[in-house]
Design a protein around this ligand. Structure first.
Ligand code: SF4
Ligand code: SF4
Length: 222
């Protein structure tokens, strides 16, 4: 901690230098309103590195469920009555608005990857993020596979590692809160879920629970 200065973080301290410049901007949360997109662009313009942290910023997270709901307007009306001032956008991950320099995945974000990112930036080296799926962590822990043994619809084969296979270690299926692994075979897993008698709606929800239909998961929802 002695090697870094936290110059602006409203969650930790009031005040700070909001306008930058910043060596590193760590961005949390998805973009759901236009003013947030404008603020993000400003932060990008004064930051050497910009990295989304956590599933909402990386892939839309839970707020992106509304992108897949046909009843979003109806729900807004129920909650707010007058929605004339609502400027709510389709939820977007950070990289759909500005260029990013890496991803710290997880919900909440992974401590291991955040530490790896900050140390790598201090040492001027490429960060070594985990580029494999939850199944690998599961096997390293000698877990019983809940998909094979208990017929649980586990998303581990297509989900980025980082949580140390938390849910399967507790006999629960992974629901992909860490978001998709690059080059995941979503189609094969969706076919497996069909064999396990999941409806197409259930499969759709599995692949969109923690993010809009991402490009990695598109093959699973079609
Ligand atoms: S329990 Fe899930 S994450 Fe673990 S090996 Fe089986 S499918 Fe993969
Ligand atoms: S096992 Fe899956 S759902 Fe559970 S914490 Fe890890 S990534 Fe998230």
């Amino acid at each position: 901690m002695g090697a870094v200065d936290i110059t602006y973080c409203q969650m930790l301290q009031s005040g700070g230098i909001e306008e930058g410049p910043f060596d590193v901007a760590l961005i949390e949360g998805a973009i759901t309103e236009e003013w947030q997109a404008e603020q993000l662009k400003k932060v990008r313009s004064v930051s050497k590195f910009l990295v989304p942290i956590g599933s909402c910023a990386v892939c839309g997270g839970i707020p992106a469920i509304k992108n897949t709901s046909k009843k979003a307007k109806e729900m807004e009306q129920k909650v707010y009555k007058d929605i004339s001032n609502l400027t709510s956008l389709e939820t977007r991950p950070i990289d759909q608005i500005v260029k990013v320099d890496g991803y710290v995945k997880g919900c909440p974000m992974g401590e291991r990857d955040l530490t790896e990112l900050v140390i790598s930036l201090l040492l001027n080296k490429q960060p070594d993020f985990l580029e494999y799926c939850v199944c690998v962590e599961c096997k390293l822990k000698n877990n019983i596979c809940v998909l094979v043994a208990y017929n649980e619809p586990c998303m581990g084969p297509v989900t980025n590692a980082g949580c140390n296979a938390l849910c399967p270690s507790n006999n629960r299926a992974c629901y992909s809160c860490w978001g998709p692994i690059r080059d995941s075979n979503a189609k094969a897993l969706a076919n497996q879920f069909t064999k396990m008698k999941l409806s197409s709606d259930d499969i759709f929800r599995k692949f969109t629970e923690f993010g809009q239909p991402t490009k990695e998961f598109e093959a699973g929802v079609k």
